[in-house]
Design a protein around this ligand. Structure first.
Ligand code: NAD
Ligand code: DAU
Length: 331
């Protein structure tokens, strides 16, 4: 099988490339990635001789068309992915997340290629902190940020292309991922790399917002299970029952890195900050048999901390610019 992986130089995409080459050595892999600030070829350096890498834009029809035509399967990870950036400048989010998905959908329609769309639980908006409910595949879309609204729009296009044109597509909406190769603008790697640099972790607002953490390898295994056993046209929610508030996560990072539990700062909150995400993954488990393997968050987090400690050359070139951007907005 020839797989075209968009965004394969980003966090989840690079992990997906590695997992695919390990678990499915017969797959031929092409990565299409624009190498924005979030893409890093170093994340693929150990497999560079086993993949075809194309630097290009998913929103460019002429780049996309021949790559899709040569593939049996497209897995679309490429996106502008960071909420805080979307609040500063939504325009690349509209271009990549909406126009980019449109171009891929048109290409898979023309060439009759199977398509899997990677999306987020943020399309459902947020839940109250004291609400026992979780997101399900029938929860109404209600996105809060420019990022999540463009992801929601892209999901709705996929559904429309399935219904109107018979495109062979599935969609997955996953909760917050953690693990190796995550950009240090994101919550967990930002705090780990701050502590390595002797800087106190930064909690937005009171730190009570809840995220439903899943290890990136469990997410990617679910993606393959949906491709193998999911039903065309269906949406699958991916989550591993990993709800924690941000303060609890920071306290655990501090403990694992040998610091006092209150050795952090509160900083300005994110405008429109979603309160809580929580996933009910019953449909995924029942339809595909998927089960998370990284159920122990403490141990997965310890491994992730060790990865950032051991791979400082991977993240250090970005650190000063990332922190300067946060400092400019009081975070
Ligand atoms: P990331 O920001 O780490 O990586 C995105 C990648 O896409 C980068 O390599 C970047 O260079 C590339 N890219 C951006 N614009 C492009 C364009 N126009 N053309 C080609 N390539 C482009 O993101 P991530 O965290 O790995 O997220 C990957 C996908 O998973 C996204 O669709 C995101 O919405 C979704 N998702 C992420 C999470 C999470 O916790 N990180 C959870 C659920 C879903
Ligand atoms: O839920 C899935 C989503 O998870 C994905 O769709 C997004 O691509 C991904 O970035 C992530 O979005 P979040 O906004 O939840 O992730 P982020 O890492 O930016 O922040 C996680 C939580 O931590 C959130 O409540 C904001 C808070 N935070 C973040 C940073 C960077 C802090 O308290 N301090 C920080 O320094």
């Amino acid at each position: 099988m020839h797989v075209l992986i968009s965004g394969g130089a980003g966090f989840i995409g690079a992990n997906f490339v590695h997992q695919t080459l390990t678990d499915r050595p017969d797959c031929a892999v092409t990565v299409l990635d624009k190498l924005t600030y979030a893409g890093n070829l170093a994340s693929l350096s150990d497999v560079s001789d086993r993949i075809e890498f194309v630097q290009g834009d998913v929103a460019d029809a002429e780049t996309v068309d021949p790559l899709v035509a040569a593939a049996d399967l497209v897995v679309h990870f490429a996106a502008e992915s960071h909420n805080d950036n979307s609040l500063r400048d939504p325009s690349p989010f509209v271009q990549t997340n909406l126009v980019g998905t449109f171009q891929l959908l048109e290409a898979v329609r023309r060439h009759g290629v199977r398509y899997h769309h990677i999306s987020t639980d943020e399309v459902y908006g947020d839940l109250e902190l004291d609400d026992p409910a979780k997101f399900t595949p029938t929860t109404p879309y209600n996105p809060s940020s420019p990022y999540s609204s463009t992801k929601a729009g892209s999901d709705l296009m996929v559904r429309a292309w399935v219904r109107s044109f018979g495109v062979q597509a599935t969609i997955s909406n996953c909760s917050n991922n953690y693990g190796p190769y995550q950009h240090i603008e994101k919550f967990i790697p930002r705090q780990i790399t701050n502590l390595i640099d002797g800087v106190r972790p930064k909690l937005y607002g009171a730190g009570l917002n809840v995220r439903d953490w899943i290890h990136v390898r469990d997410h990617n295994q679910a993606v393959w299970d949906i491709i193998d056993r999911g039903e065309i046209g269906q949406t699958y929610l991916i989550g591993a029952d990993g709800e924690m508030n941000n303060k609890q996560v920071v306290e655990l990072i501090l403990e694992l890195m040998g610091h006092a539990p209150d050795d952090y700062d509160h900083v300005a909150d994110r405008p429109g900050h979603d309160l809580r995400y929580a996933i009910d993954a019953t449909k995924l488990r029942q339809d595909t048999g998927w089960e998370p393997q990284f159920k122990d968050f403490r141990s997965g987090l310890a491994d992730t901390i060790a990865w950032y400690q051991a791979n400082q050359t991977w993240w250090r070139p970005q650190k000063a610019a990332v922190e300067a951007r946060y400092a400019a907005q009081g975070q």
